[in-house]
Ligand binder design. Structure first.
Ligand code: ATP
Ligand code: MG
Length: 438
């Protein structure tokens, strides 16, 4: 096992040379055994935090002394070195009340969440695996260390971590662990929304998002109860071969794995239950659902304290998802002006996924999307004008002509509209002449 990076190796060597035990632990061991590149390397050691601090001197930063964590700076980024610990009692389903440092690696591995996350890797390549983590890794099974019920009750964030790892790694959640998740899900209500957000978005971007969302809508429903009425809601409409939730999760799995897009797909039809009607022929309709989805999505993302830009992007995609895709130069230029290239491309992805999650009889819609996309590519290649920035005249030209105040913006926007609509060429002289007439 020669894959420990040199910078991490040196940290282990320094600790070992001073007579301490030191191991790589957790996600980095899991990912190495899976042949994935670990995001970061965590080290666990018998050295007390103060001992680590003095061993590494100026390279050591006391980043989490209460929990025993010291960050050691290396030429390849920081390595978190944490003292072997066992957790004291838990009272709020979140954090142990106390942490107790120990000189035993076994104790430290026992407190970890899942068997595949509870392995340690030594300098000589030895793997310490007390709970069958390697076997579970090979079989693709996510299993709690110890009794699931107790582990989720201690720290409810583990519920979402389980869903996240299952989705990202493509693992199956072992039966008792799954039962513990369902049983304890309400405890997620005690977890800070910022932490829920991080796990949720990672889960949404995983390769098995479809299976996870299908099996655990009740977990998502703890912080987003709006999703619950989608489950099993028969659309009673020939456009659809799935109920609203199945449609939603197929759409979510079919967009590229970007948090904004996955989130927009998850929320695009969130307004359907509230707008559902059945006509005299027994056909289901969801009139005005996009506007309701937009409003609900906004509230849901605010509740999770998502960043403003993120929320606005998702909400705009939800708002636009049900409009016809622009398929003329003029319509694409207008859409570009409103959304910009990045979000117009995202909208096309979302609409593709939305369509692919409907009855196959309507897959021909993909061709309309192809057409919109071809026009978009063409306009961008031509450097077509769709924003004020690109207009061949600017505010100064107008003030030079004696205009001032809000009239400047009004005129510029009127000229931009004319250019976008193809009524005027984006040429300085033509625009200045048109201005004189306005
Ligand atoms: P990644 O870094 O790829 O997201 P990871 O497994 O490294 O995944 P971290 O959050 O970095 O996850 O945590 C490092 C290790 O700490 C985990 O592998 C696990 O052993 C342990 N751990 C983290 N969070 C918990 C928790 N809530 N309960 C128990 N153990 C945990
Ligand atoms: Mg990690």
């Amino acid at each position: 096992m020669a894959n420990i990076p040199k910078s991490v190796r040196e940290v282990l060597e320094t600790l070992t040379a001073a007579g301490h035990e030191a191991w790589c632990v957790g996600g980095c061991v899991r990912d190495t055994l899976l042949g994935r590149t670990p995001e970061d390397w965590d080290v666990t050691t018998s050295a007390l935090p103060e001992e680590t601090m003095s061993l590494f001197g100026r390279r050591a930063l006391p980043t989490g002394m209460k929990h025993g964590t010291v960050t050691v700076r290396t030429d390849r980024g920081g390595v978190e070195v944490t003292t072997f610990r066992c957790d004291g009692a838990y009272h709020d389903h979140r954090r142990p009340d106390t942490v107790i440092f120990t000189r035993s690696l076994e104790e430290d591995l026992k407190r970890r969440d899942f068997t595949v996350n509870a392995m340690a890797l030594g300098l000589d390549g030895t793997i310490r695996d007390l709970f069958g983590g390697r076997e579970d890794l090979t079989a693709g099974i996510l299993r709690c260390v110890g009794e699931p019920d107790k582990r989720f009750d201690e720290d409810a964030l583990r519920i979402l971590r389980a869903l996240r790892f299952a989705s990202v790694l493509g693992f199956r959640i072992e039966q008792e662990t799954a039962a513990g998740i369902h049983k304890n899900r309400a405890l997620l209500g005690d977890i800070a929304v910022e932490r829920i957000q991080v796990e949720l978005f990672k889960m949404l971007c995983g390769k098995k998002v479809l299976d996870v969302l299908r099996a655990y809508p009740d977990v998502v429903g703890v912080f987003w109860p709006e999703v619950l009425p989608m489950v099993g809601l028969d659309q009673r409409n020939h456009h659809h071969c799935y109920d609203v939730w199945e449609h939603t999760i197929h759409a979510a799995a079919a967009v590229p794995p970007e948090p904004e897009l996955r989130c927009a797909a998850l929320l695009h039809d969130i307004g359907k239950p509230a707008t559902f009607t059945v006509d005299e022929n027994g056909v289901g309709h969801f009139r005005g659902h996009a506007a309701v989805s937009e409003e609900l999505a906004d509230g849901m993302l605010r509740r999770l304290k998502c960043a403003t830009e993120f929320r606005e992007t998702v909400v705009r995609l939800v708002e636009w998802h049900d409009r016809d895709i622009p398929r003329t130069d003029k319509a694409v230029r207008r859409a570009l002006g409103k959304l910009g290239e990045r979000d117009l491309r995202r909208l096309i992805s979302l609409k593709r996924a939305d369509n692919l999650a409907q009855s196959p009889a309507y897959f021909s819609r993909q061709r309309e999307l192809d057409k919109g996309e071809t026009i978009l590519d063409k306009l961008l290649a031509e450097n077509a004008c769709f924003s004020l920035k690109q207009l061949a005249i600017n505010g100064k030209d107008l003030t030079d002509m004696g205009l001032f105040g809000p009239a400047v913006g009004r005129m510029l926007n009127a000229l931009l509209d004319a250019v976008v609509d193809g009524e005027l060429p984006n040429e300085r002289d033509a625009l200045l002449t048109a201005l004189k007439h306005l």
